[in-house]
Design a protein around this ligand. Sequence first.
Ligand code: ADP
Ligand code: MG
Length: 404
Amino acid sequence: MTLRTLDSLGDLRGKKVLVRCDFNVPLADSVITDDGRIRASLPTISRLRESGAKVIVLSHLGRPEGAPDERFSLAPAARRLGELLDAKVVLATDTVGPSAHESVSQMSDGDVVVLENVRFNSEETSKDDGERSSFAAQLAALGDAYVSDGFGVVHRKQASVIELAKALPSAAGLLIETELRVLERLTSSPERPYTVVLGGSKVSDKLGVISHLLPRVDTILIGGGMLYTFLAAQGFAVGSSLLERDQIETCRTYLEQAQRLGVAIVLPQDIVVASGFSADAEHVVVAADSMESTPFGAAGIGLDIGPAAAEIFAQHIAASKTVFWNGPAGVFEMPAFAHGTRRIASALADMSGFSVVGGGDSAAAVRALGFADSDFGHIATGGGASLEFLEGKTLPGLEVLGWQ
Ligand code: ADP
Ligand code: MG
């Protein structure tokens, strides 16, 4: 892999270094429920502080509409960063305004300032190249160098990821290096059998990766919301489950392609069907091909893979040398529908080969279910970026750092 790394920036003592992190953490009433992405930024931030740099952290959080919005403030993330570093972290109350300039002007070597949410500025995600460039120029005015370390956003054409990297001497941080090393291990001669587990709710976003994976893997296990479009492709009723009608034909093609290539696409033989989308909904286990036989009829919603399917998935995982998992098998946030996700996580934790968990919700799920990061080979911080990398797409945020 070639990529400009931190060393390429030379001596950073006394330099102001803008670091683009991904602090897009899940929050419940302003409390961080999974700080994995903040912890993942520590190696780079600590390295920069040790080298005497003034560290200015940039990040987005959620999807504010291009204007300040209290609900998406980075205040909880800045506080958590301070706790993890055991150091004072100052939060500027704007991104490129007077508070940002004032906070930066008062920094000493090794200090850390977090600028407020970059997406409070509509130019950050603007489709207009000129708007993004002028916002990047305002950001660049705050620093001497730029480090890209938000792996979760390297597939995005956004000002703080692309244009800012062009405006200053720039390099990849340690998190991006680590993530790429793992993804390269998955793409260039992974140890076989290689199993990929897919689930979650972003069905159309994730289906694309299947055509790229089919010639490269041995088994694909399908759970989560993605499952129902596959069941529909086989002609089964899916009641009121998550369904992307315009993808049914694509799923049918994948099933045929898999058969031709001798790759197993494994669909659950049983599923958990609920009367509605709520934690206390009535629910029953049924065969995946007879969803309409439940007491809820066409109103039934599939919210988890069934217990028999969970065991089959676990057996496939146990027999694999490499497993990549993206997307929870069910609505794990509700305890009644968490079993499939928990069983997959425990199978990954027990396997002897190389296991990778990708995706924001998948990472949050394994932590919420009580697993430790060390139970897995790697927990990727960027689901979308990881999938696009595995699809063989060029990621603009890596290209700009000299990635080849
Ligand atoms: P990730 O962030 O890991 O890439 P996604 O964002 O695609 O995963 O999906 C995560 C969400 O998928 C979770 O909030 C979970 O509740 C939801 N989900 C899983 N199974 C189902 C299902 N059968 N129906 C609806 N939503 C589901
Ligand atoms: Mg998600």
